[in-house]
Design a protein around this ligand. Structure first.
Ligand SMILES: [Zn+2]
Length: 635
């Protein structure tokens, strides 16, 4: 009897899960569900629009309810329905009021037996998911370029569809472009297809809408390995192929850890600099920022990250954006395991230690509600959830599970997780059910050591959270201390022997020593002294002369140095700051630089002057964030 009652509650909980509404979509997939999408477009660079049709194959559990789709700024010209997929008849439709975050619902009443809906439409030039680059914004300077970025809810700005990660679709696409350009998609690509401006694609595996992706430009391809390759503009292709030459090795290492790679090929598209993110895990074709091309493979953790998404995120997917940590926390954990397998434990320790530091720094500035893994984003733009919390706190939670249950048992759990839930979209509650069933319930004594509820539902970190450390970083700190105490000169610091991660740690350590944090407890406390502005500038100048920091071509080092330069008013770096902000569009770098500048009146003026020139070259996603930060008037 007791068991039956328990069973009843489990059923109740499960049915609530299934009905859990994605608050960022108007769609009604429990009544009408899209299973397949056929796309057909002309890519019109002169008008900055896609024009064509989307045909949706639907499955209906209700014969009375209409199909409700998500749209944003689409110009819907005509809607038709079909019973057999051959003959189409015109249908009525209504586009509802547009919400600033969600866009507008497109409601289509369905006749009896309808299995397909064809929508003729065009996008708007300001579509949030598309970026149109003038030739001047590309490396080649000759041809225009366009690319999409659908995560989190931008697919609806270029495709009318059920834009929720809970709905998975297969898709075919037919794309017409200017004759000399190549189109590529998150689908089966033929790298050697004739360049005739007419391209076809097929994605046979069901994916959520945010993974549908398209790019068009003057692209070349280089093979990296049997299943791996890289696309980039001709001017970048050799550099990109050299930098990414370990990609095949990473795929092999990940398969050894978590089971077969299920997507056929893993290619990387290196985009022009205005791409707002580091990378986007579009299946079969990761999109990546050129800022990872450091020349020494030091920033390829990004490739490990996007590759890891082929398991965590693309295979097992967050069902709503409040479950985003299931995508990113798992992926950061996997990324570090891949780095450890390919580059060794010391590299993993450094990355994990930098990750923890960035998390703690950011959490010091966040409201409590944004420090929660199972964050409530109702009424907010899901892009607001893109903090370090789902990434680094999520990864720490998995690290805690690994340390508690042991690597062998935890790896077995992860493999079963990817196998049993492959090609499914799940909520945090469903993850927890799976975790209990396949790990916790068999080991109650160990399970008692991990405060699951605290990890998932509370702000901050549990007191038992792992604190990754790096012996290599401890040696870096020792050198920094000696230099700050005047025992050695900057030229005596063995920077040439250090990795990018060690250099970054050195700079961050010096940064906190120059400006000791208001609250005690930072790693640099021992070195922290009250330094005068003149003394700080002297130290900055000494570092710059010794290590050529202002001229660094490594984007992570340059970013860190420019942040310090703004804080300490180190003027010799200002021209480089301006150049950096005008040539890089990655939001992770440019947004904090503008925010830091805006902290003083002179800095704000400088920020606005640079932003006025840079804004037209940035992606809509970066522009939305920085407009808010700088209170840019054009909104
Ligand atoms: Zn990610």
């Amino acid at each position: 009897m007791k068991r039956l009652v328990y069973f009843f509650f489990v059923l109740m909980a499960l049915s609530i899960n299934v009905a859990a509404q994605d608050t960022h979509s108007y769609a009604n997939p429990s009544a009408v569900r899209v299973r397949h999408v056929d796309l057909d477009w002309d890519v019109l660079f002169d008008q900055k629009i896609l024009k064509g049709t989307t045909t949706l194959t639907i499955e209906r559990t209700s014969q009375t309810e209409p199909l409700i789709l998500d749209t944003r700024d689409l110009n819907i010209e005509r809607v038709e329905t079909s019973v057999n997929g051959l003959e189409y008849t015109p249908a009525t439709f209504t586009v509802g009021t547009s919400d600033k975050i969600l866009g507008a619902p497109l409601t289509i009443p369905l006749p009896a037996g309808a299995t397909r809906v064809r929508i003729q439409y065009s996008t708007s030039p300001g579509a949030s998911g598309l970026q149109w680059l003038a030739p001047a914004q590309t490396a080649g300077k000759k041809d225009p370029f366009m690319f999409t970025q659908s995560q989190a809810i931008h697919a609806r700005s270029w495709i009318p569809l059920q834009d929720t990660p809970a709905v998975r679709v297969t898709y075919n696409a037919h794309v017409r472009t200017p004759r000399n350009l190549l189109a590529v998609m998150s689908a089966e690509n033929d790298a050697h297809t004739p360049r005739d401006g007419d391209y076809s694609f097929r994605m046979r595996q069901p994916i959520p809408s945010y993974l549908i992706a398209l790019a068009v430009g003057d692209l070349r391809f280089r093979t990296l390995g049997p299943r791996t390759g890289v696309y980039a503009e001709p001017q970048m292709i050799d550099r990109a192929a050299r930098e990414l030459s370990d990609t095949e090795k990473m795929v092999v290492a990940t398969e050894r850890l978590y089971g077969a790679y299920r997507w056929g090929r893993f290619d990387i598209l290196v985009l022009p600099p205005s791409f707002p993110f580091g990378g986007m895990e579009n299946p079969r074709l990761t999109f990546a920022t050129p800022t990872i091309l450091a020349g020494d493979k030091s920033l390829v953790s990004l490739v490990a990250h996007e590759l890891a998404h082929s398991w965590s995120g693309n295979l097992v997917t967050n069902a709503t954006w409040r479950d985003f940590w299931l995508n990113e926390g798992f992926t950061v954990y996997l990324e570090r395991r891949i780095l450890e397998a390919v580059y060794g434990r010391a590299r993993e320790e450094m990355e994990a230690s930098l990750g923890l530091r960035e998390l703690l720094e950011e959490m010091a500035t966040l409201e409590d509600r944004d420090e929660i893994l199972h964050v409530d984003l109702t009424g907010r733009d899901p892009d607001d959830g893109f903090t370090n919390v789902p990434y680094e706190k999520g990864a720490l939670f998995l690290r805690h599970l690994e340390q508690t249950f042991g690597r062998v048992q935890f790896d077995r759990f992860l493999r079963s997780y990817f196998n049993l839930l492959a090609f499914q979209s799940i909520t945090t509650e469903q993850f927890l059910t799976h975790l209990r069933q396949y790990l916790l319930d068999d080991n109650p004594a160990l399970a008692a050591r991990v405060p699951i509820d605290e990890w998932i539902n509370n702000a901050g970190l549990p007191s038992s959270a792992p604190k990754p450390t790096s012996p290599a970083f401890a040696r870096v700190e020792e050198q920094a201390q000696r230099w700050l105490r005047g025992e050695i000169t900057a030229t005596q610091i063995p920077v040439a022997k250090w990795t990018t991660q060690e250099r970054l740690h050195f700079l961050k350590f010096v940064q906190s020593a120059l400006e000791p944090p208001a609250s005690a407890g930072g790693p640099a406390d021992a070195a922290a002294t009250q330094l005068s502005q003149t003394e700080r500038l002297r130290l900055m100048g000494e570092l710059d002369r010794a290590f050529q920091l202002t001229r660094s071509g490594n984007s992570e080092i340059a970013f860190q140095w420019l942040m310090m330069s703004i804080q300490d008013k180190y003027e010799p770096a200002y021209p480089r700051l301006e150049e950096f902000l005008l040539s890089v569009g990655r939001r992770k770098f440019i947004r904090p630089l503008y925010q830091e500048l805006a902290k003083t009146p002179e800095g704000k003026e400088r920020a606005l002057a640079i932003y006025r020139r840079a804004r037209p070259t940035y992606h809509p996603i970066a522009v939305t964030s920085i407009d808010q930060d700088l209170k840019w008037p054009s909104q």
